[in-house]
Write a protein that binds this ligand. Structure first.
Ligand code: 4AD
Ligand code: MG
Length: 441
């Protein structure tokens, strides 16, 4: 059995393909079946004069998405992207489909998400999900080839990591457990044991807002490094991002441009590295200037910001429009960030942390920073955030037994895929998206 992706090796031979007929055109003499087998797309041509009459009539009426086994000769065809087509000798219909709900007409996103199990068969969705696959591989390769140990964090946890407002609870043998919002705290234990570790798995946040950047279940890659400060962390994040984007561009640049219509200029810039680093203070000044100069009342209203606030989506969008590649915004106000951040020794109002913001308005794709390694400051922060110290004994122990400066970050896979593919919404970047209003399919 031949796969479409290997078709070039079979030019001139008779072969068999197994797949689905996703489209069809026809004339009196010819039927052009479009066949998909999962590895690619090919045109299979039936000539009325060369095949059985009843077969020709059957295929003429065959519903879209019927499954078929097609036999024929592989012929070069310079007009197709693939470079080959199949001259059909026989077709076995494995299953004649019912009328396919996804047609040529435009469907709204709700309809498509409701039919996600079928929508993933489309050419665009194939590109998006293959980009996701390649990104995952590039990410793993990056850390595996640089001395990081894969160190899986648990998904069922006893405590919050990223604040209690987005916790999913689940009964756990007479107690409550929480679905992990981040594997970071366990990576800190991993880094103290192995020097450099990472985890890459699903994380869960009960996000009550339905935005184009939020899923309730998303995948995060989280490296953690011992004997590293936030500058080392930014070096790592930049080299990592430039490398994985370069690899994905090498593999998928053509189909990003041709199938998704993606302008890949910003991705090419990203692969060069050299991401601007901007302190939170500078970013606030820039945003306040943008606000003062803004003439569109709707945008202006969303751009207002005071020192001390976290950025909203609109702030990220407008700020990143000023740059041609990702930027790293560092040293945020201590008060708005998570409890585990390292308090700056230079200025205690600040935390030694960083957000990487993607260009073209895609916003935050990485969040991370240096971790508080001082036992007293650590305990005070747990107290201040009203967390139960008993849940964190193991975590504070890391500050009792050989504490060292350490840092790490988390990259959101779906936001990265959305940016690479130029998608408006993260819901298309994962096979089956989970959002506030979707648990099915
Ligand atoms: O900035 P966040 O919340 O950082 C952490 O969880 C750290 N503990 C990570 C670490 O230092 N090890 O999340 C990291 C990234 C964000 O930058 C974003 O890309 C993604 O995870 N993310 C989401 N993606 C989709 N849907 C959501 N609801 C997301 N929340 C965060
Ligand atoms: Mg963040």
């Amino acid at each position: 059995m031949v796969r479409i992706e290997d078709i070039a090796q079979h030019e001139g031979s008779d072969i068999q393909l197994r797949g689905w007929m996703f489209n069809r055109r026809g004339s009196k003499r010819f039927i052009f079946m479009q066949i998909r087998d999962g590895s690619g797309f090919i045109q299979a041509v039936l000539n009325r004069e060369e095949v059985d009459e009843t077969l020709f009539d059957q295929i003429k009426r065959l519903p879209l998405e019927s499954s078929v086994v097609v036999t024929g000769t592989v012929a070069a065809d310079t007009r197709s992207k693939l470079g080959f087509e199949l001259h059909v000798k026989g077709v076995e219909v494995v299953h004649s489909a019912e009328e396919y709900p996804i047609g040529k007409k435009e469907h709204g996103p709700d309809f498509l998400m409701q039919h996600r199990h079928l929508w993933i068969r489309s050419r665009r969705q194939h590109v998006v999900l293959r980009v996701r696959h390649s990104l995952v591989k590039a990410i793993r390769d990056y850390f595996d080839s640089r001395g990081f140990l894969l160190f899986d964090s648990p998904l069922l946890t006893a405590n919050a990591c990223e604040g209690t407002s987005t916790l999913f609870e689940t009964p756990y043998f007479g107690k409550m457990a929480y679905l992990s919002q981040s594997g970071q705290l366990y990576q800190e234990a991993g880094a103290m044991a192995f020097g450099k570790t990472y985890c890459f798995g699903p994380t869960f946040r009960a996000e009550k807002s339905a935005t184009r950047r939020h899923l309730t279940e998303f995948w995060m890659i989280e490296p953690e490094v011992a004997f590293a400060d936030n500058d080392d962390n930014m070096d790592l994040a930049e080299d990592f991002m430039a490398t994985i984007i370069g690899e994905v561009l090498d593999k998928h640049g053509d189909e990003l441009r041709e199938v998704l219509g993606r302008d890949t200029t910003a991705l090419e810039k990203t692969a060069e590295g050299g991401f601007p680093r901007i302190s939170y203070d500078e970013a606030i000044e820039t945003l306040q200037r943008l606000h003062a100069e803004c003439e569109d009342p709707e945008t202006k209203q969303h751009l207002a910001i005071e020192w001390g606030s976290d950025f909203g989506g609109r702030h990220e969008t407008e700020l990143t429009k000023l740059y041609d590649r990702p930027i790293q915004v560092y040293d945020w106000p201590y008060a708005v960030k998570a409890f585990y951040m390292k308090r700056s020794e230079r200025d205690p109002r600040l935390a030694r942390c960083v957000d990487m913001l993607a260009p073209e308005g895609y916003g935050e794709i990485i969040g991370g920073g240096q971790r508080e390694d001082n036992l007293e400051v650590r305990e005070a922060a747990i107290d201040h955030h009203q967390l139960d110290p008993a849940d964190f004994t193991w975590f504070t122990d890391l500050r009792r037994y050989g504490s060292v400066p350490h840092a790490g970050f988390g990259l959101g896979l779906e936001r990265t895929v959305a940016w690479v593919c130029g998608l408006q919404h993260v819901r298309e970047t994962i096979p089956f998206a989970r959002t506030i209003d979707r648990l099915n399919p």
